[in-house]
Design a protein around this ligand. Sequence first.
Ligand code: FES
Length: 352
Amino acid sequence: MDLIRIKIDGRDVEVPAGTTVLEAAEQAGIHIPRLCHDPELSRFGACRLCVVEIEGMRNLPASCVTAVASGMVVWTESPPVTEARKTILELLMANHPQDCLTCEKMGDCRLADYCYRYGVKEIPYKGKTHAYGVEEDNPFIVRDADKCILCGKCVRACAEITGKDNLDFAYRGFDTKVATFGDSPLLESDCVFCGSCVAVCPTGALMEKQMQGRARRYELKRVKTTCPFCGTGCNFELCVKEGKIMGVTTKSGGAVNGRSLCIKGRFGWDFVYSEKRLDTPYIKKNGKMEPATWDEALNVIAGRLGEIKQKYGPGAFAALSSARCTNEENYLVQKLVRVVMGTNNVDHCART
Ligand code: FES
């Protein structure tokens, strides 16, 4: 593998050919601001916030789409770079609702973070702004196109992570917006509500509906866990406030699934608080389900299984296990079937 040696902010960095300047800086522990770049998505170069100064180059190239070249000398926070970033942010904010005080994304908004970092307070550019309004007629995703900065991460996530291609840029010039085919609401589109677009959105343009009005992002404790819905074992973070689940979020680089989840994993967690959940075993007595203790229930099960085995032989028994059980539980099912019931008639719903 060809290694390229460059200098970033005075530090020597050696990276494989083809690495971008942004990735090389990351390797050297230098964070270059970015809004449209995402390691799990294709390179796009839309927001230009990642501009850097490269000695010998006239312009400030976007580091996320500029490959390293031998002997490059890069400055990531020189005065021309910080001035350019401030201007880029001012331009983005010029067409932004600036309702940060009541925005659900406050505390977790990349745009706000970078405005703070580069001291964007006054917006010198006054002019026409959009007033698309908020789309919230579906149970899962709130879309606020007025807060969209056209970074295209949702478009790429839908195409490259979910494989749906349900979103794209529509219209032209100032009127450009991210839209579904025919600019229809998500409910009338091909959206599968996996929420990958929400997971990558750097602003409040795409938000989880279930989390609206329930907590500031900085109040949430993130608890890493494994999805209980199927055997894939996707990872995500439960967002918890005062011991209650407020929502599910995913992070780049998560084991198994990266940031992608299906609709059940991302939005189906509310079953946890369902009043219909069983809180005790039940035994059918005289055709009616009666609450019982675990000892009573286990005694009935052991007795009935023993009767079947004695009367009809081990081959009369079979067990089908579930992908919603843990590996340990599935192991115990096959152990019970083989050792206690004496048969190999055991299968698993996810095997096919
Ligand atoms: Fe490089 Fe947006 S992060 S152009």
